[in-house]
Design a protein around this ligand. Structure first.
Ligand SMILES: Cc1cc2nc3c(=O)[nH]c(=O)nc-3n(C[C@H](O)[C@H](O)[C@H](O)COP(=O)(O)O)c2cc1C
Length: 150
């Protein structure tokens, strides 16, 4: 299956989980590709309104995993902005996870679900990684196991 792992990651945590997931899916025989969502605000000297500087096209994937951090107790604005302009997800299997430091993950997942629903996709398989907790590695393993059934 052709799988797109669409990641927004400001400091690298979410990206590192996406890379582990990508490796596992590739080893399972899938064609898994990581694509980064990027925004102007993460670049030095940027100013003005938040805008996308890397905007991955998902149209050719059979399945898509969306991954982003929790910012301000919700889904990172960069991922909201990205998903708002995605055209259609109705023909795809859709999965998603977020990473957080302490709280806001459930709210972020609800937002991710509603944004996917607006594009015609039912996001059922989700995960949250608490970066600060000792059980972080277990949570990452659980997400990888769960999502490997793609
Ligand atoms: C601007 C900003 C806001 C954040 N807000 C929250 C928050 O509300 N709740 C939380 O648990 N973590 C928060 N964090 C921490 C990140 O969600 C956490 O470190 C995450 O793993 C970072 O992922 P990344 O390295 O892929 O960017 C925030 C981080 C940043 C930079």
């Amino acid at each position: 299956m052709k799988i797109g792992i669409i990641v927004y990651s400001k400091t690298g945590n979410t990206l590192s989980v996406a890379e582990k997931l990508g490796k596992t899916l590739t080893e399972a025989g899938h064609d898994a590709v990581i694509q980064r969502v990027k925004v102007n605000k993460d670049e030095k000297g940027s100013s003005g309104k938040l805008s996308l500087t890397a905007n991955p096209d998902v149209s050719n994937y059979d399945a898509v995993v969306f991954a982003a951090p929790v910012h301000a107790l919700s889904l990172a604005s960069a991922m909201k902005l990205y998903l708002n302009q995605v055209k259609d997800l109705s023909d795809k299997k859709v999965y998603g996870f977020v990473t957080q430091h302490f709280m806001g993950g459930s709210c972020a997942i609800r937002k991710l679900k509603s944004l996917c629903q607006e594009k015609g996709a039912d996001l059922k398989t989700t995960g949250i990684v608490n970066w600060a907790k000792r059980k972080r590695e277990n949570q990452i393993e659980q997400i990888i196991t769960k999502f490997s059934s793609i």
